[in-house]
Design a protein around this ligand. Structure first.
Ligand code: GLN
Length: 304
């Protein structure tokens, strides 16, 4: 069994010395006050060993990391029919970019840009009996943790200022790619983004992607082929217009959120979650990316 603690300690002390910590997302007012000195890493191996440093047990807004979990839930309900309404190509553009959506007739490039995630939210609103409750139950289920909650103030803060998301939803609606009422779909979307989790909880939730579709309790949520596809999407689209850079520097599939979290994993091996709220220009955690680059360089563990 490999002991990852020394390497995490080493990365922690390197990162703590770094002066440029990036900029906290302020376009969601409720996130603007988060202290950017927070920093945590949690690693869970496929056998269940855990290693951690820093603020790995502190709750933060998972934001776009939730998009992987909504895609998982939608895949388990309607399978590959999803891809009649959303593409599987990297967009090469920021997560909230709109012009491509108009040029491409309301079919978002992939499920991880905001427009794509809004279509997935629409699918869940159509298919789940009590969408917000059922989705939260699903997250609690895959994480084996009933304490996970939505943060209503963050959801409200985004509802009040989410002009681009309203624009995306309106464009989708105009192309017939949104079946439900715009306000209902966006209410679901803002809530999924507002979920708060710790690094520790995210490493548990993402266990199923490293474990061929089976969660910690050995329940099958996705087939092996579905997992392979979602993992491929994380590698190619999980970091928006920085997906190439993340693959180049880190070499793991994963997903980021503007709350400063990143979850990455090596299939059949480990899941690693970092949290540092300061973002780079592409909206990904600046120090989280640096920490993961150091991790895969020092351990020589990446998919390549
Ligand atoms: N809730 C954020 C938004 O819609 C999610 C963006 C992100 O985490 N990249 O803008």
């Amino acid at each position: 069994m490999r002991n990852f603690q020394p390497v995490l300690n080493e990365i922690y002390s390197n990162i703590k010395k770094t002066k440029d910590k990036g900029i906290v997302a302020s376009y969601i007012p409720e996130l603007a006050s988060i202290d950017k000195n927070n920093f945590g890493i949690h690693l869970r191996t496929i056998e269940g060993h855990e290693y951690a440093v820093g603020n790995y047990n502190k709750l933060f807004s998972i934001q776009s990391i939730s998009k992987v979990l909504t895609l998982t839930k939608a895949t388990s309900i309607i399978g590959s029919d999803i891809f009649k309404r959303v593409g599987v190509e990297p967009s090469g553009h920021p997560f909230n970019q709109l012009s491509l959506l108009e040029i491409e007739n309301g079919i978002p490039r992939n499920p991880f840009i905001n427009a794509g995630a809004i279509v997935i939210a629409d699918i869940l609103v159509s298919r789940l009996e009590n969408p917000k409750e059922d989705f939260l139950d699903f997250i609690r289920n895959v994480t084996s943790d009933n304490t996970i909650h939505y943060n209503e103030s963050v959801a409200l803060s985004e509802k009040k200022t989410g002009y681009k998301n309203f624009a995306a939803a309106n464009l989708l609606k105009s192309f017939g790619n949104l079946k439900n009422d715009i306000d209902v779909v966006l209410d679901f979307y803002f809530h999924q983004c507002s979920i708060e989790m710790t690094c520790n909880q995210l490493s548990k939730a993402f266990y199923l992607f490293a474990n061929k579709g089976k969660c910690l309790r050995n329940i099958v949520h996705l087939t092996e082929s579905q997992v392979k596809r979602i993992n491929a999407l994380m590698l190619t689209c999980g970091f928006y217009d920085e997906a190439g850079d993340f693959a180049f520097e880190v070499g793991l599939p994963g997903k980021s959120g503007v709350g400063g979290g990143i979850v990455a994993f090596l299939p059949n091996n480990f899941i690693i979650t970092t949290w540092s709220p300061g973002l780079n220009k592409k909206g990904n955690s600046k120090l989280g990316m640096q920490a993961l680059e150091q991790f895969t360089t020092k351990t020589q563990m990446s998919i390549f």
